[in-house]
Write a protein that binds this ligand. Sequence first.
Ligand SMILES: [Zn+2]
Ligand SMILES: [Zn+2]
Length: 210
Amino acid sequence: MSRPKRDISGQKFNALTAVRPAGKDGEHQLWEFNCDCGRVYTARGSSVWSGSTQSCGCFRWRGPRARFLEKTQPEPNSGCLLWLGPTKDNGYGVCSFGFYKNGYAHRFAWEMARGPIPGGLFVLHRCDTRCCVNVDHLFLGTHAENMADMVAKGRGVRGERVKNAKLTRAAVEDIRSRYVAGVTSQVELARQYGVVPTTIGKIIRGERWT
Ligand SMILES: [Zn+2]
Ligand SMILES: [Zn+2]
């Protein structure tokens, strides 16, 4: 590897301290940086020493973080961090901070602490508190895990099999997609959702919630 034209090893630019050259992006020399927030970040050297890149991306959260935390309250017994701002009808908190428009507060909390959420994944609660934004109570999961989690926490229907139990549209979609994909049986789906198997059969055949 050719030596970089400008050696910035050990130099600090805003939150970024240059560690070592990290190859090239076309004509541009890349460097590996340690960010003040603890992340390792690779960027073009020129964009960092010119000041157009000042952090790994964590700087954008500096303003919102304080304003976000002002709208929360710790719940000492559960350890939950309760969102005091607006919530949707489904009980999840929502927030807006410049680049983040009317999104879920718990997803915002996750991105602020852990970075971007991979496409298609849900941020789920370990606790049963939808307005909780404590990242230690959150984890990433798929749509199916989200559904199973809801059932496990009794938000859907569970326990005794209720003949006319109501299932959400999301649950219906989950049932259909998993059955069509062949990953599970009608009996198993009925057990998971706490309904009688004939209800699952009707959903699959489109006789309900079409
Ligand atoms: Zn950072
Ligand atoms: Zn919680």
